[in-house]
Each structure stands twice: as structure tokens, then as C-alpha cells.
Ligand binder design. Structure first.
Ligand code: ATR
Length: 274
């Protein structure tokens, strides 16, 4: 008898999460499988009701359901309600428990690259779902100042108010300055676009992009050219997934297993982008 896990989203067929979790289960010696549940918005409620009936043990939740799932859960952990999004469901004794591991993924990505956010001036581009977890993480890590630029200014204002950041208008993005810049919008996804030019990245020491297709976005290429240390989008995906595995299995992977999964994740992306 296999335990069943999966990711619920729409669209979700190309998710990389099965690579992380199926290999993770194998390395932990567990008889568990992880699949993709592509559920259209009109079927979402039925699908969530079915989680318990089908005996599913846990879910990753992705776009566009990270907020919508919240009202169906039996318990939501404090961090997830503060962020306003759930990306992980743990099924325990028939109860659906909601967590957010995205912000942990952000912190781990910085930590593993040996970069401290404490006391730093951080610029966040975007104010959508991903940006919420980023701003929460950056604040938790003790950043000195968080400046938020977003195309829709009102959303930057709301996010800044919630976590104590400074909103700035989109047309002033080319004046951005600080130490660390984090790109959370979908600009650059499967394209050569960049939200900012190289002259902006020249003013920063570290640049992170949450977009991982292509792995080296134009934003990160500019950043590297201008001497920034760069953190690609796969790193957050990897670490938030590893935290999900820990929540589901209550087991930790060895350093060697983590390296195997990370290598496979990068190899899979290279294969897909070839
Ligand atoms: P996610 O969960 O991936 O963050 P989201 O909540 O839909 O997705 O947020 C998308 C983010 O990308 C938003 O900050 C959005 O800006 P708006 O709030 O103005 O919509 C930003 N975004 C998407 N396309 C963009 C574009 N072409 N230029 C600038 N920002 C863009």
C-alpha cells in the first residue's frame, strides 16, 4: 500500500515538484508516490472535499489555489495566515492542516548561499502571492529596510503596510538601490525580458530571481555581468519542497540525499530547456 501525495494547481502538468518528492521518498526508503492533480477552478471544491475520502496524505498547493484552499482547512498555522497563503497541506488523523513553506524556501536559499539578510536594505519587485512569502521571510530575517515596487501600486502599498515595508511607484524602479534585490514577478518567464536593466543591478550586491524557466534569466545575466552574487529560482523551489517533505514524513534527509535531489532537479530543468 503506497501513501499518495501530490500537487494541486491549474495548470500544473509541468510542475517540477514530482522530481523533488518522488526522489525524496525513495531516498528516505518510503513507499509513497507523488503525482500532479490538475484541477480546473470549477472542480476545485469537489477535489478538496475528495482529499480525505481518497486517503491522500499531503498536498502541495500552487497557483492559483494558495489562498482559495484556506477556507477548506481544519487548521491553519500562524505563519500561513500571516502570509495569507497556504502551499502545503498535511493530512493528519483525517484533518487538513495548512502550512506555508515558501518563506522557509526563501530563507534557506539565502542561508545556503552564505548571505545574511540581517540589517540589509532589500528591494522586492512585485506584490503578488510569491512576493508575500518573500517579504515575510526578509522581515523575519531582520532586514533593515524593505522597499516594494509593483506595477499595480495599490498592491505594493498593501503589502508594505502589512509587513512594514516602503512602497514605491513602478515608474521609479530604474532608481532602485540597496544591497539585495529580489525579483518575484512573472516577467522573464520563458522570455528574454527583464524588469530592470543592467544599470540598476550595478547598485546591488546580491540578486535573486524566482523565475526558473529559463534558469538563467536576463535579470540574472545582467546581475552577474555587474558583479552581483546570484540566486536562481530553482533554489527556493528546492528548499520549500524539502521543507514540505519534512512536514509530511517527519524525517530529515541527509546532506548527501539533498545533493542528489538538487542535482536531479537541475538536470531535469536542463533536459526540459534543451
Ligand atoms: P505569483 O503567485 O507568482 O506571485 P501573482 O500573485 O499573480 O503570481 O503575482 C504576479 C506578480 O507579477 C504581480 O506583482 C504582478 O503585478 P500586478 O500586481 O500589477 O499584476 C506582476 N506582473 C505580472 N506581469 C507583469 C508585467 N508584465 N509587468 C510587471 N509586473 C508584472
Amino acid at each position: 500500500m503506497y501513501d499518495v501525495y501530490g500537487v494541486i494547481g491549474y495548470p500544473v502538468k509541468h510542475s517540477l515538484s514530482p522530481v523533488i518528492h518522488n526522489l525524496g521518498f525513495k531516498l528516505l526508503g518510503l513507499k509513497s508516490v507523488y503525482g500532479t492533480f490538475e484541477v480546473s477552478p470549477e472542480n476545485f471544491e469537489q477535489a478538496v472535499i475528495g482529499i480525505k475520502a481518497l486517503g491522500i496524505q499531503g498536498l502541495s498547493v500552487t497557483v492559483p489555489y494558495k489562498e482559495r484552499i484556506m477556507k477548506y482547512l481544519d487548521e491553519i498555522y500562524k505563519t500561513s495566515s500571516e502570509i495569507g497563503a497556504v502551499n502545503t497541506v498535511v493530512v493528519e488523523e483525517g484533518r487538513l492542516l495548512g502550512f506555508n513553506t515558501d518563506w522557509i524556501g526563501v530563507l534557506k536559499a539565502f542561508e545556503e548561499n552564505g548571505i545574511s539578510l540581517k540589517g540589509k536594505q532589500v528591494v522586492v519587485i512585485g506584490a503578488g502571492g510569491a512576493a508575500k512569502a518573500v517579504v515575510y521571510a526578509v522581515k523575519e530575517a531582520g532586514a533593515k529596510e524593505i522597499v516594494i515596487y509593483n506595477r499595480t501600486y495599490q498592491k505594493a502599498v498593501e503589502l508594505a503596510q502589512k509587513f512594514g515595508g516602503v512602497p514605491k511607484p513602478w515608474d521609479e524602479l530604474n532608481k532602485a538601490e540597496g544591497e539585495i534585490i529580489i525579483q518575484t514577478t512573472s516577467v522573464g518567464l520563458n522570455s528574454k525580458e527583464s524588469v530592470v536593466g543592467p544599470e540598476v543591478l550595478l547598485r546591488f550586491k546580491v540578486a535573486m530571481d524566482l523565475v526558473y524557466s529559463p534558469l538563467k534569466t536576463t535579470f540574472l545575466t545582467y546581475a552577474e555581468e555587474k558583479g552581483c552574487k546570484v540566486i536562481d529560482g530553482l533554489q527556493m523551489l528546492f528548499y520549500q519542497g524539502i521543507e514540505q517533505l519534512r512536514l509530511w514524513t517527519k524525517k530529515s534527509l541527509s546532506q548527501e540525499s539533498l545533493s542528489i535531489i538538487q542535482k536531479e532537479l537541475y538536470a531535469e530543468v536542463q533536459r526540459r530547456q534543451a
